[in-house]
Every structure is written in structure tokens, then in C-alpha cells.
Write a protein that binds this ligand. Structure first.
Ligand code: CP
Ligand code: NVA
Length: 305
């Protein structure tokens, strides 16, 4: 299977049918990893990172190795990019050495530049605008829990205006689940992502956290202070303090509700430690599924599926 895209920069780069194929392949990869071993023999995967990472870096490096590829971690500060080399020259040169590249950058326009001049697939490993690999893995986790169905209720709590909220709006809306975004007005979803989601499903944006989780099948939250927002920390905590996912809030949702967080988490802020390790949490499954989904993504983008 080769799907009709070369890069994955945003969720909207994927058509609904492509998303479904990816989930089916990820399921097969998870069930039978040995079948896919060696499928990317001889390939080099570069990871160009401008921000910190645990999951994205490790899951892509392990995915590459298990598929027979090698991986190179490239810290932005040690690249000539940090001294002003252009994205165009970097992209053209890297395309001569490696077969695909994952990039984690601040500005989404930078990854667009990289993709524009690359002749290899570029995968967004997080920018300020989107985190598509996480959202796709999350859809896979929701599916695995039997909740990827029309009529199920997905509730996102917290900062509705940054990368995770954007990618989740774009991805979850295509699954038939309804979406409730619970955010302070200051961090309300971007119009572009809201409009996209509303074209596919019912979406509401509300501010009453307790009322919002009534009937919730999924509760999802992300950090209040994302990478690059450290100078807004005090203000963000003040504005988001009432939006914590805690035991009491989880009790107000459906009895079978699943709680999700992309991690890293700041226990005691957006979520409590009890909820992270509690019986409703699928948070570590989300982290594991990054590996399986990203293997499926690499195989697909490289025409080896
Ligand atoms: N969820 C996620 O992308 O984690 P890292 O920042 O550790 O890669
Ligand atoms: N919104 C968070 C996601 C981390 C995976 C950030 O950008 O820091």
C-alpha cells in the first residue's frame, strides 16, 4: 500500500480512507511484529529535533531498528541550521543521505520548508501547530478500546489552542465521535481546526468542566505549559487551574470512561497522579502505541506496506 501523500505534516494530509488503512496496518504490526522485521532493510531514518523528547525519539528509533533500518538523532543545535544554513540546503543534502526524516521543530513553517525541498518523506514529530503522530496513535488506542464509534463522546480538557488540540480535532472528528472541547476562552480552539472538525462531526466548545464530562467515553488532557511557552507559565497555570483531570471529575463521566494524556504529564497540574495510574487510564498504552502506529506510518510512506 502506498498512500497518496509523501509527507505527514498535518492530520489533514491524510484522507479518511488512508487513516483507516493506517490503523488496520498498525493493528497487524502490533499483533505480528516479526512479519514486518527487515522490511526497511538498509534505510537510514534521521530524527532532527529542536525540542526535547522521550517518546517520539525513542519510539521512532526503536521502530526503525525493528524494521531493519538505522536511525540518526540530529540535535538542531549541533547542525549548521543553528548557524543559519537554509532549510532548502539542509533538505536537499539530507535527501542524498537518508531515506526519511522525522522533524520536531518550533515553527510549522520550518517543517513546511523542509518538506518542500526534500525528495524523501518528512514526518512531523511535533511542531507548535500539530502533533500528528501522537493523534494518530491515540485514535489507534481509542479503536483498541472499542470506542472509535459514532455517538461516543470525546472530551478534551485544557489548552484547546495548541498542537495536541489541533491534531486531535482534525483526527477525532473523522472517526464519528462527538467532540467537546472544554477550555478557557483564552485558549479556545483555532477557527481553522474548529471548522474542519465541524465539517465531520458534532463539536461543542464549553467552559464548565463538570457538565462537559457527563456521558464522556474519553477524557483527554495535555500539559498547560507546552514546550516554548515557559515564559507564560504563571499566567497559564492561573488561567487553567480549574481544568484539572482528577478522580472526582472522572467519577462524573461514564463508568467505562478512558482517560488519555499524550505525556509528559505534570502531576498535580493538568492531571493527578492517581488518575494517571488509576483504572480508567490508558496513558501508557498510548505511549506504547506510538511504536506500532509509527512503524505502520514508515512502511506506508516508504511504499513497503
Ligand atoms: N508525547 C510525546 O510526543 O512525548 P515526547 O515529547 O517525550 O516525545
Ligand atoms: N503540547 C505539548 C505536547 C508534548 C508532547 C508540547 O508541545 O509541549
Amino acid at each position: 500500500m502506498v498512500i497518496g501523500m509523501k509527507h505527514l505534516l498535518k492530520i489533514s494530509d491524510l484522507k479518511k480512507a488512508e487513516l483507516e488503512k493506517l490503523l488496520t496496518l498498525a493493528e497487524s504490526v502490533k499483533k505480528n511484529p516479526v512479519r514486518y522485521a527487515g522490511k526497511l532493510d538498509g534505510l537510514a531514518l534521521a530524527l532532527l529535533f529542536e525540542k526535547a523528547s522521550t517518546r517520539t525519539r525513542v519510539s521512532f528509533e526503536v521502530a526503525a531498528q525493528q524494521l531493519g533500518a538505522s536511525s540518526l538523532y540530529l540535535d538542531y543545535v549541533t547542525m549548521q541550521l543553528s548557524r543559519g544554513e537554509s532549510w532548502e540546503d539542509t533538505a536537499r543534502v539530507m535527501s542524498r543521505y537518508v531515506g526519511a526524516m522525522v522533524a520536531r521543530l518550533y515553527k510549522h513553517s520550518d517543517i513546511e520548508q523542509l518538506a518542500r525541498y526534500s525528495s524523501i518523506p518528512i514526518i512531523n514529530g511535533l511542531t507548535d501547530l500539530e502533533h500528528p503522530c501522537q493523534a494518530l496513535s491515540d485514535i489507534f488506542t481509542i479503536r483498541e478500546n472499542g470506542l472509535l464509534k459514532k455517538g461516543k463522546k470525546f472530551v478534551y480538557i485544557g489548552d484547546g489552542a495548541f498542537n495536541m488540540a489541533n491534531s486531535l480535532l482534525a483526527a477525532v472528528s473523522q472517526t464519528g465521535m462527538s467532540i467537546t472541547m472544554v477550555c478557557p476562552a483564552k485558549y479556545a480552539p483555532a477557527r481553522e481546526y474548529l471548522q474542519f472538525a465541524k465539517r465531520h462531526t458534532d463539536v461543542e466548545v464549553v467552559s464548565d468542566v463538570r457538565a462537559a464530562v457527563k456521558g464522556a467515553d474519553i477524557i483527554y488532557t495535555d500539559v498547560w505549559v507546552s514546550m516554548g511557552q515557559e515564559n507564560e507559565k504563571a499566567e497559564r497555570i492561573k488561567n487553567l487551574i480549574g481544568y484539572q483531570v482528577n478522580e472526582e471529575l472522572v467519577k462524573a463521566a461514564n463508568p467505562g470512561v478512558k482517560v488519555m494524556h499524550c505525556l509528559p504529564a505534570y502531576r498535580g497540574y493538568e492531571i493527578t497522579g492517581e488518575v494517571i495510574s488509576g483504572r480508567h487510564s490508558v496513558i501508557y498504552d498510548q505511549a506504547e502505541n506510538r511504536l506500532h502506529l509509527q512503524k505502520a506510518l514508515l512502511l506506508t510512506l516508504l511504499g513497503k506496506a
